[in-house]
Design a protein around this ligand. Structure first.
Ligand code: FAD
Length: 491
């Protein structure tokens, strides 16, 4: 067998037997892989998980631990919110679209309370208290948060309810999520092989029957009697793939554990898999949402372009894809002071001025640009309205001197990182393998590739273009479970 970097599937007939054999082989030990392994084992299958790093966790363990769940979960009800699967689906179809995966969104929403319970049953904690202000990650341990459901236009499309379920943690909750899922995996018969980098699929008469993995420079072959589940994460760390599929992300910071090299996606493509939405991405724009919502965000001509109370990732997408990230947060002293210090992440204004004329000059905007925008904004804000972008009245107030501006290209430093990320935005990809709701990987004819399953960011999940925090860990765990269960069913 070739030991080069080829991704072409290896024919089982060319092998001299297999080094390892199992029922279900899960490739990648993040949230999707852990969930797939748990359900495959629960269905009675023998399971091996391959992980290329020395330990599991993936990007899931570094994440904020926010999971998009709803339809009336225990903590929604404890916080006094009624919710339905229909309203949840209507919000997701609008926010993750256009053309989000309707079958996945509707199933995910319908099953959401049961998925919440599954997480709780596996030890994942959620505190029944609400953080009630736009933010990336609450500075408290509150378990419920809004993800822009109460912002225009979404509040008109579906009855709003907060659906951001945040794993209880001191800081980012992803480490707790992965600790709990890993503990649950350890309590089963699942075997985890670390330092095992899967490089190629193995096929036999049109069926995927295993993988080749590199361990300390040596190639090992794994046979999967029932199925291979790819849960290898996205491809934001693969510069070549990003340039090919999502060129607007080139040069931006990456929101990942550094291992999103897209190998799982390419391995499957080499076996005939189709992909979807490869140019789509979450855009974690470098700003503090609590500052933006109390002021405004403008482009390089001083113009607003979105209501500042939507989920900040949607602001990021608009800022990157429509304005090349040449955007500034404009606020006044009161707006800055109102943001609690532990929510500011050390961000201070880059420009401060008594007059808008002076602020325009400092930023380098055309004279009068900001003055026009703020005069008009203030006129309507004084009456509690925003006829241009429909920001909720709660956040409307005329902005007064002294004014300040924050240049998002300069970056922010979340306390969990310890240092500023690359300026402008940090991104991860949300497109990937085309799968069914049961995790079957589809080929270019739309037919399932026998023996091949996938979930998490290696796939195109609920999303097409839009992204809302919590939908990655949410669909990764939910469709990871389904892929694991389907793969475990005897062939
Ligand atoms: C700082 C940060 C904050 C975030 N916050 C949130 C949030 O609050 N909510 C949310 O929904 N999303 C969040 N995200 C995004 C989310 O964490 C990821 O999109 C999600 O965890 C992906 O899950 P996954 O299981 O598909 O991949 P991962 O968790 O990345 O797991 C993939 C695993 O596969 C392994 N692997 C890859 N290739 C191979 C191979 N060839 N062979 C063997 N193993 C392989 C990797 O090493 C990795 O361990 C955040 C991301 C970051 C970085």
């Amino acid at each position: 067998m070739s030991t080069d970097n080829s991704v072409t599937p290896v024919d089982a007939g060319a092998l001299d037997g297999f080094d390892h054999e199992t029922d279900v082989l899960v490739v990648g030990y993040g949230c999707a892989g852990a969930s797939a392994a748990l359900e495959a084992a629960a269905a009675g299958a023998e399971v091996i998980v391959l992980e290329k790093f020395s330990g599991g966790g993936g990007s899931s363990a570094l994440s904020g631990g926010e999971m998009y769940l709803g339809g009336g979960t225990d903590i929604q009800r404890a916080c006094g919110f009624e919710d339905t699967a229909e309203d949840m689906a209507a919000f997701l179809l609008a926010a993750l679209g256009p053309d989000a995966d309707r079958a996945k969104v509707e199933l995910y929403s319908r099953e959401s309370t049961r998925h919440y319970q599954w997480l709780v049953d596996h030890g994942v904690p959620f505190k029944p208290s609400l953080w009630d202000s736009p933010t990336w990650v609450p500075p408290t341990d509150d378990g419920l948060m809004w993800m822009g459901e109460n912002a225009w236009p979404f509040a008109e499309l579906a009855k709003p309810a907060p659906r951001g379920h945040r794993v209880t943690s001191d800081g980012f909750g992803g480490k707790v999520l992965m600790q709990k899922l890993s503990e649950a995996v350890a309590a089963t018969s699942v075997t985890v092989h670390t330092d095992s980098n899967a490089t190629r699929l193995i096929t036999e008469a049109g069926r995927v029957v295993g993988v080749v993995a590199k361990q300390y420079g040596r190639l090992h072959t794994y046979r999967a009697r029932r199925g291979v589940v790819l849960t290898t994460g996205g491809f934001a760390d693969n510069a070549e793939m990003v340039a090919q599929h999502a060129p607007q992300l080139v040069g931006l910071g990456v929101n990942s554990d550094g291992g999103d090299d897209g190998r799982g996606v390419v391995m499957a493509q080499a076996a005939g898999a189709a992909v979807r939405h490869m140019s789509a991405a979450q855009v974690g724009i470098s700003l503090i949402p609590g500052m933006m919502v109390r002021g405004m965000i403008v482009d390089d001509k001083g113009r607003r372009f979105i209501n500042e109370d939507v989920y900040p990732g949607l602001v990021g997408q608009a800022a990157l894809f429509k304005h090349g990230l040449k955007v500034w947060v404009i606020l006044d002293e009161q707006a800055y002071e109102e943001v609690p210090e532990n929510e500011r992440w050390g961000v201070q204004p880059h420009f401060v001025a008594e007059t808008l004329d002076d602020l325009e000059q400092q930023i380098g905007m055309p004279p009068g640009a900001l003055q026009t925008t703020i005069t008009e904004y203030n006129r309507h804000a004084a009456e509690g309205s925003d006829p241009y972008f429909h920001k909720a009245p709660r956040w409307l107030r005329p902005l007064r001197s002294p004014f300040a501006a924050i240049d998002v290209q300069r970056g922010i430093a979340p306390p969990e990182y310890g240092a500023a990320g690359r300026g402008g935005a940090e991104v991860f990809t949300i497109g990937g393998l085309h799968t069914t709701v049961d995790g079957h990987v589809l080929d270019l004819d739309g037919a399932p590739i026998p023996g091949l399953f996938a979930a998490g960011r290696a796939t195109s999940g609920l999303h097409s273009w839009g992204y809302i925090s919590g939908t990655s860990l949410g669909d990764g765990t939910f469709f990871g479970r389904r892929a694991g269960a389907t793969a475990a069913a005897p062939a």
